[in-house]
Design a protein around this ligand. Sequence first.
Ligand code: NAP
Ligand code: MG
Length: 408
Amino acid sequence: MKKIEMKTPLVEIDGDEMTRILWKMIKDELILPFVDLKSEYYDLSLPNRDDTEDKVTVESAEAIKRLGVGVKCATITPNEDRMKEYSLKKKWKSPNGTIRAILDGTVFRTPILTPSVKPSVRSWKKPITIARHAYGDIYKAVEIRVPEKGKAELLFTSLSGQETRETIYDFECPGVLMGQYNKDSSISSFAHSCFSFALDTNQDLWFSAKDTISKKYDETFKLTFQDIYEKFYKEKFEEKGIKYFYTLIDDAVARVIRSEGGFVWALKNYDGDVMSDMVSTAFGSLAMMTSVLSSPDGCYEYEAAHGTVTRHYYRYLKGEETSTNPMATIFAWTGALRKRGELDGIDSLIGFADNMEKAALATIEDGVMTGDLVSLIEGGRTVSGKEVKKVNSAQFLSEIRKRYEAMA
Ligand code: NAP
Ligand code: MG
């Protein structure tokens, strides 16, 4: 069989532990036999980040800015324990944080749905994509523990020396205090990323916050979204027949639960943190959650939402068999290759991505799956009545390959 040709290279970002093992298995079994892969390779394994003083992370993000599309393996964000485990020179920052800061992007998380893994919310039929504004708010807040009686004020001194002052509270007893901020530029690029993503995936966009209570902070978010929508996206949305609307977060929560799914839900930083875990758990499994970082200037980085699956890796190192689910990493590859195909006008590459995803889903629906999914299938049978069988990661990939080859 002739391999599918590519034009522009994909930025390939390798990572750590069990997902690094899966990465190579996926490439060898599902990608390289069928695609004449052009890629620019960056090794973001923790040892190599340490060797390069983390320059490799910056270079990989710059490559995505230059080439437009990347695919990333999960990576370790070092803590004290990892510092010792890997004898690191420094506690390097989260690679995802570094890449996101350079691309100025928003992370969109979408579950992979398959009929036999039923969401906890019965009305959900289509995926719900969460767009979290990953900048500022409580994550960059300054806090004070108020020790005794006293007055708390909010003071802003402008560059020209002008002061704006508000009393927060006249404390009659000890308490706590927090100051948080966000930037117009960051809110606008968040809004642009959300509108572009909704257009790109042909879905409605919801944005929710609490502007009735937070009359300046949340109101700024609401007005920015509205303004950008009207100036840049309204016509395009109407042409496609998709909608944008703002609603209060408590109203949004109720509507999300009653919905069928099939939309993008944009949220401020903290709301997105909480809601994405709620939505992903209700859809079934972290191992079935994909993630794409989309920048306001149209660059994309695809990855699995889960981490490096450390516990499985230690078992793998001991020579034990592991049944780690590669679905989200496979979908990161197909997502990136499909996007490359769309940008370069290569229909066969788009077709490859579509069929590989179909083959992966068909494998699960045939009852062949990794351990984490087995426990999610009610009654041990798929919707078509096939008995569920647990396989290891290598067997699962080879079953997907068989089904893909049968389709081609
Ligand atoms: P994790 O790697 O997502 O794993 C947590 C647990 O979830 C696993 O132990 C496993 O449960 C289950 N799980 C996750 N993905 C799975 C899969 N594909 N197949 C089967 N089970 C899966 O999270 P973590 O243990 O908190 O973090 C491990 C490392 O990953 C950390 O060093 C962290 O810094 C890094 N991390 C990286 C990213 C990223 O690069 N995007 C994101 C998050 C975390 P069982 O053990 O019960 O089977
Ligand atoms: Mg969280």
